[in-house]
Design a binder for this molecule. Structure first.
Ligand SMILES: Nc1ncnc2c1ncn2[C@@H]1O[C@H](COP(=O)(O)OP(=O)(O)OP(=O)(O)O)[C@@H](O)[C@H]1O
Ligand SMILES: [Mg+2]
Length: 272
């Protein structure tokens, strides 16, 4: 089981959108996937079409990490209900629901015991190929808890000045954190999001990122998608949305997911 944190120190760069795009690709590919929504704003939970009433949220699961049965408390994404109506074998896309309660752990001084809460929960989960953890935009307790439980960190960045600088800081933070707390943790790469191929600034910043990060800058990049908010607002998977632009974006996430899974498998083989 690969556990991947989707992170950035900077807010609003597209962590949740990339999480949703990868979840959509995983659902299309039949990859059994759990999305853990660690952001107290719970945007991923909303985008995945989860009903507020069902299941226990991840904040309360973390609070009782040793006693909670995570399997009994995750809920299926609303995307599944839409798929099931079309018949066929039911795929697996579950959600550990986000909630404002999670914020009690988003402190800069979270101790080692608290940092292990998500690892403790995930250690009792077996029936997924992939776990995607949508992180809040900070390096406080929640992101550090996610990194403690993860094999890899996928960074998201926009091709813009401050975002590139933020990505470099995050890379350094991963290195420092893995040296201290999680020797097996590695970067999975950087997804450049909201790329406009017609923008000279974006072309320049992408080139700069290629020079700074080499192969860690993943290909393909994710373009600016005019109807992304409409798709997310309707709580739809991008793979289920009609039209050519959604189909192209879905194809980009298929490729990113393929790369993520195969690089994870290569890494596992090398480590064994
Ligand atoms: N490729 C894209 N094309 C168009 N709009 C996008 C794209 N990626 C993200 N957005 C939009 O930008 C906004 C911020 O994206 P998102 O919520 O995914 O970022 P985030 O990094 O998760 O934010 P936060 O730090 O607040 O958690 C959203 O309204 C989203 O729909
Ligand atoms: Mg988000």
């Amino acid at each position: 089981m690969q556990v991947v944190s989707i992170s950035s120190l900077k807010g609003g760069v597209g962590k949740t959108s990339v999480t949703l795009g990868l979840a959509s690709a995983a659902l299309a590919a039949g990859t059994r996937t759990l999305v853990v929504d660690l952001d107290p704003h719970a945007d991923a939970t909303t985008g995945l079409g989860v009903r507020a009433q069902s299941g226990t949220d991840i904040g309360h699961m973390l609070k009782n990490a040793r006693r909670t049965d995570p399997v009994a408390n995750v809920v299926p994404s609303g995307w599944i209900r839409r798929r099931r109506q079309n018949g066929g074998r039911p795929p697996v896309l579950d959600v550990a629901k986000g909630s404002a309660y999670t914020a009690i752990y988003d402190r800069p001084d979270l101790g080692k015991r608290d940092l292990r809460r998500l690892s403790t929960l995930l250690s009792r989960i077996e029936n997924y190929d992939l776990v995607l953890v949508d992180c809040p935009p900070s390096l406080n307790g929640l992101t550090r808890m996610a990194w403690t439980a993860s094999n890899r960190v996928l960074l998201v960045a926009e091709p813009a000045l401050f975002s590139v600088a933020g990505t470099e800081r995050t890379m350094r933070a991963i290195e420092v954190f893995s040296n201290e707390f999680a020797p097996a943790l590695a970067p999975a790469g950087i997804v450049a999001n909201r790329v406009r191929s017609s923008s000279n600034e974006h072309t320049y910043r992408l080139e700069e990122m290629r020079t700074m990060f080499g192969d860690l800058l993943l290909s393909p990049t994710v373009g600016e998608q005019a109807n992304w908010q409409q798709i997310q607002g309707a709580a739809h998977a991008i793979h289920h949305w009609p039209g050519e632009s959604a189909r192209n974006a879905a194809g980009v996430f298929d490729q990113l997911l393929d790369g993520l899974i195969s690089s994870g498998q290569v890494r596992d083989r090398v480590r064994r």
